[in-house]
Design a protein around this ligand. Structure first.
Ligand SMILES: [Fe+2]
Ligand SMILES: [Fe+2]
Length: 124
């Protein structure tokens, strides 16, 4: 079965803790996607989806903690993006539209705000 999002070296920030979290998020996203496509039971889908949201919440909190500690100038805008995704993802019916939303958001956020965060952290 085709994966929804293939992890690539270009997605690495070279911040190992966050890279590992991103990889775990992508793996979970792909497993939710596979569960939807293969018609898994509602309870399995909901369990997988909540596990994904939990990984996202923990990861966002970790980024925001470090950005706050290091006084990164882009923290507020960055946090707004995290909050937006959690709000949207919490509201969507559990179909492939929900996993596509997370996929598109992740790709944009990794390339934009997370990359900027890594640059700011390295310049501290
Ligand atoms: Fe982020
Ligand atoms: Fe991130």
């Amino acid at each position: 079965m085709a994966v929804l999002l293939s992890w690539k070296a270009e997605h690495l920030l070279n911040l190992p803790e966050f890279d590992d979290q991103h990889i775990a998020i992508v793996e979970k996203l792909n497993s939710v996607h596979a569960a939807i496509l293969s018609g898994k039971s509602r309870s399995t889908l909901v369990r997988e989806w909540h596990a994904l949201l939990e990984l996202l919440r923990e990861h966002f909190a970790a980024e925001e903690r470090l950005m706050k500690r290091e006084r990164c100038p882009s923290l507020e805008r960055h946090k707004n993006e995290h909050d937006y995704l959690l709000r949207m993802a919490g509201r969507m019916p559990l179909t492939s539209a929900a996993t596509s939303l997370v996929r598109e958001w992740l790709l944009t956020h990794l390339k934009g705000s997370d990359t900027q965060m890594a640059d700011e952290l390295r310049s501290r």
